[in-house]
Design a protein around this ligand. Structure first.
Ligand code: FES
Length: 289
């Protein structure tokens, strides 16, 4: 999460934060009105530039989005595939030109012809635009395969919550320092460019003196052509959540924040459901046993 966004989120706590409020104000028009942003800046005691700067950075908040009803992906993969001009022509059969906006990227880089409409993403040529728009047919499923080399870990079939979280329930019976040592010994590394050892990162956080700690999972996948995070968020959400939960345990963090970009609406819904399922089974919250 960017420093700017962290500061905005922390200004009044997690339940009422400037970033969410900007998103809410953009629902109707596609962008918050300038006078609303001024009001928010005063309420949150930040400079106007913070509110305007944030709104102009994110696709789902920026001024260019005003009055748009459908968003065509203008990311690198879709542009290279050369599919978007024809898509825009198709969409013009259903929308006025000024109602067609842009978003980048929708994580459908393998199918191209990607667009966002009414809270869902579509891609590929199997969903003629008029079917999607006029008949409301649920054609937003894309098609891709995952493979593995060596033992199947992140791509293994999910065995169900009860089985999957057994190691977590075992781990939280131990001392957090002991679990941290196991993570360090395992040599699990981040999957970003640096491949930074996860155990070290957790150790730094555990040693920080702050009395309230947060585990922030930045799921803002932004590399051109990449949708590996989208796969995890939508097909393996419990892998993401388990990682956050174990991290919270060893660092003593009280809160977990999963930031998912608005361009991945399906990921948001699937992760919300996974979190609800964990809450129902009392695997998150207080007194986990
Ligand atoms: S570039 Fe269009 S979906 Fe990724």
């Amino acid at each position: 999460m960017s420093k700017n966004l962290s500061e905005l989120s922390g200004r009044k706590g997690l339940s009422d934060n400037l970033f969410s409020r900007l998103g809410e104000l953009a629902i109707e028009d596609g962008t918050p009105k300038p006078e609303e942003m001024e009001k928010l800046a005063q309420e949150f005691l930040v400079g106007s530039a913070n509110a305007f700067g944030t709104a102009s950075f994110y696709d789902f908040l920026k001024e260019d989005n005003k009055g748009k009803k459908v968003y065509v992906c203008n990311g690198t993969a879709c542009l290279c595939a050369g599919t978007q001009e024809a898509l825009i022509e198709d969409l013009k059969g259903q929308f006025k030109a000024e109602e067609i906006g842009h978003m980048t990227c929708l994580g459908r880089c393998h199918e191209n012809s990607a667009f966002h409409y009414d809270g869902k993403n579509y891609s590929g040529n199997k969903s003629p635009v008029n079917d999607v728009i006029q008949n409301g047919q649920d054609k937003n499923i894309d098609d891709y395969r995952v493979a593995h080399s060596g033992p199947q870990i992140l791509t293994a079939e999910f065995p169900g919550i009860e089985t999957y979280y057994v190691p977590f329930l075992e781990a939280i019976k131990k001392d957090p320092a002991e679990v941290l040592e196991e993570i360090k010994k395992s040599n699990v590394r981040g999957r970003g460019g640096a491949g930074f050892p996860m155990g070290l990162k957790l150790e730094f956080c555990a040693k920080e003196p702050g009395d309230t700690k947060f585990i922030i999972c930045n799921a803002d996948e932004g590399d051109p052509g990449a949708f590996s995070d989208r796969y995890l968020l939508e097909k393996q959400p419990h892998s993401v959540l388990l990682g956050m939960m174990v991290s919270g345990f060893v660092t003593g963090a009280e809160y977990g924040i999963l930031y998912i970009r608005a361009e991945y609406p399906e990921s948001v819904e699937i992760c919300k459901q996974a979190i609800d399922d964990l809450r129902d089974r009392k695997l998150i919250g207080k007194d986990i046993k």
